[in-house]
Design a protein around this ligand. Structure first.
Ligand code: EPU
Length: 429
């Protein structure tokens, strides 16, 4: 097991290339199950969630190879193997295997992970959708059992705007009989990406990216090539870290439209942003930043996934700021760690109140989830001294080549083995 060490106080400068979107990849890969021939996805990020999914597709009989950034799946010999336990439980997004296997085989058994550090993450809307399509869904000993004689298109109104439920219902509905209409659908760019792949495979989907999606089921889906969209959350993370460090950082290979809410907030803080066709440059070479409030919302609102790193940046601003997470009201585990680094933040319900500016000081901290990890890396970059971050496996789930990308921008960041005492401490948590 490793920890990250960061010597803070060095402004970052230069260009970083953004990888393919993690939250697309974890849906696109299960979507390949639905095809009857080879699917190749280009631009897949080299992150541990992708490697887990590769193993899961192989477990159900898929032939999978990763060739650089290309992820190639031959689904011809896949079977509806039950996956009640094992690796499937290590990945929250393994719920997409439910929609894909139900769509293809009309049955699936998928074990799901328990609680997580963002608070409760129910999947009732996914299940409501599957049931509306005609599936019988039961929860037996922590695994979800889905079976249907046939899937029949239906009108499904989502009570909560959910990225996962929208994609999962789409995955099952593309091979249902007749028309499915998803109302109050989520509009995230990752949903459009999955719909684009499915359409390339021969699916009939209209309205992805709006709040009403219409799907006409087809009998067969073919193989195809697809290029994944860039990771807007990774891009936002580097913009935030660059801004916090007081340097000039360009994120390359991005779709600026996907980051409008984040760009608006950075500008509101007094940070200079230049936008080109597929790159964004942040320049915050100023001492005092203006404090802002943040409220996370569904797309195109401010993304919950960037709330945590943005909170770190707000420590550099003057005044009092209020951060409210309306998507995951308990996504504040990073705050305890930031407080160890001298941050003046208190949490009340789903709101964090920040007093700034504060000079962060290095400390030993623990990443409890992926974006908490990003928040702590940002904190380490700007803190005085050498910060040590454990829980690096969370960061590796979603950030490709984090150290090398940061080193390329001039950061002093490296990995070291954990001491036996640190391993024991982590095991006792
Ligand atoms: N919700 C329900 N019932 C459901 C589904 C969701 O009540 O059946 C609630 C959730 O509890 C939450 C809200 O609806 O309050 C939105 O959840 P959503 O379903 O949209 O989240 P998700 O699909 O499980 C994805 C990303 C998350 C990201 C959220 C919100 C993936 C694999 N995960 O999760 O990404 O935070 O959308 O944008 O796409 C991350 O990348 O660090 C991450 C956690």
């Amino acid at each position: 097991m490793k920890k990250l060490k960061i010597e803070g106080g060095h402004p970052l400068n230069g260009t970083v290339r953004i990888s393919g979107a993690k939250n697309s990849a974890v849906a696109l890969i299960p979507a390949t199950i639905l095809a009857d021939d080879v699917v190749a996805i280009d631009g897949i990020p080299n992150i541990s969630d992708v490697h887990l999914l590769k193993t899961l597709l192989q477990e159900i009989g898929g032939e999978v190879c990763i060739d650089g950034e290309k992820f190639i799946v031959d689904p011809k010999n896949m079977v509806s193997m039950p996956l009640p336990n094992g690796k499937v439980k290590m990945l929250r997004a393994s719920y997409y295997l439910m929609g894909a296997m139900l769509g293809k085989f009309k049955k699936a058994v998928i074990g799901l992970p328990g609680g997580c550090h963002l608070g409760p993450r129910p999947i009732d809307q996914h299940i409501k959708g599957f049931e509306a399509l005609g599936a019988k869904v039961t929860n037996e000993h922590g695994a979800i059992y889905l079976r249907a004689d046939e899937l029949i298109g239906a009108k499904i109104y989502l009570d909560v705007v959910s990225v996962g439920a929208t994609i999962n219902i789409m995955l099952a509905a593309v091979r249902a009989k007749g028309r499915t209409i998803i109302e109050n659908a989520a509009k995230e760019p990752e949903i459009i990406d999955v719909a684009t792949l499915l359409t390339n495979m021969g699916a009939k989907i209209k309205g992805a990216g709006t709040d009403v999606i219409r799907i006409d089921g087809v009998d067969k889906l073919n193989g195809c090539n697809h290029t994944i969209i860039p990771d807007r959350i990774e891009a936002g993370t580097y913009l935030i870290i660059g801004a916090a460090s007081g340097g000039e950082v360009t994120v390359d290979n991005v779709i600026p439209l996907h980051l409008e809410s984040v760009i608006a907030k950075l500008r509101e803080m007094g940070i200079k942003i230049d936008i080109n066709d597929d790159s964004i440059t942040v320049n915050s070479n100023i001492n005092k930043l203006k404090m802002v409030d943040i409220k996370t919302l569904v797309y195109p609102g401010f993304p919950t996934d960037l709330q945590q790193p943005f909170t770190t940046l707000l420590n550099k601003a003057s005044g009092t700021g209020v951060v409210t997470d309306t998507i995951y009201g308990a996504r504040f585990k990073h705050i305890d760690e930031l407080r160890r680094m001298n941050a003046k933040i208190k949490v009340e319900g789903s709101t964090a109140i920040i007093e700034g500016p504060t000079k962060l000081q290095a400390a030993k901290v623990r990443a409890t989830d992926l974006r908490a990890g990003a928040a702590l890396v940002a904190a380490g970059i700007i803190a005085e001294g050498v910060t040590e971050i454990t829980g690096v496996d969370h960061i590796d789930r979603g950030y490709e080549d984090l150290e090398n990308k940061l080193v390329g921008l001039g950061a002093k960041i490296w990995r070291e083995d954990l001491t036996s005492e640190e391993i024991e401490q982590l095991q006792n948590l």
